[in-house]
Ligand binder design. Sequence first.
Ligand code: ZN
Length: 245
Amino acid sequence: MSSSASDGNFTADVLAIAAHRDDVEQTCGGTLLRMAARGLRTAILDLTRGEAGSRGTAEDRAREADAAGQILGAGWRQALDMPDGGIENTYANRLKIVRVLRHLRPRVVILPYWEARHPDHAIVAPLGYEACFLSGLAKIETDAPPHRPFKIVYASLYADVRPSFVVDITPFIEQRHSALMAYRSQYANQAAGSAIFVAEEEIRERTFAEARHYGLLGGVTYGEPFVQKEVGLVDDLTMLPVQSL
Ligand SMILES: [Zn+2]
């Protein structure tokens, strides 16, 4: 994996864009692992560097994000420099994402769902969507040719919304947990901030319970939820997954 911006040769099948380092580990890390296991090339773009966190420094988080990205099998991971806690949907920010999209040329982009408790999470949905649109416009010139992703899906774990589909992450749940725990400065049991941070054991129980809930909706053990805006298209009714009764 490389976190360098200059290695222009890597292209991705699936790109996950998130506000903060450690977001994708929680919302779609199992899905990235599953895609990598299928032989697809995956990439992660974090929009901030985590300088506003109560624990650890941005440098700690850079190291941890690199380790977590390797555990998730991502071929590329980079962080932009948007302010942690103050991401805005501006033209300048859209352009920063356009430059990444045109280099990585993903077919699928994963964004966070557009309603969330944390304003950074919510704003990345329209910001990322508009960047994907602009990226396809030839009149917007950057150092790489235009590229419009084919598909956008929204990781809806943080939102109280019924997903359009779930991805079976059962074989990857332990590995996803290891990726989250790579953020030692955030999640390892420690005194600093222990009044507002939950214990490591509790994080495991919560994240596994959420994955179990969404897994049940898809008829599997552990799952991750997604929303798509488009209507699904079916070829063969006898091949539809998920049993009705
Ligand atoms: Zn976050």
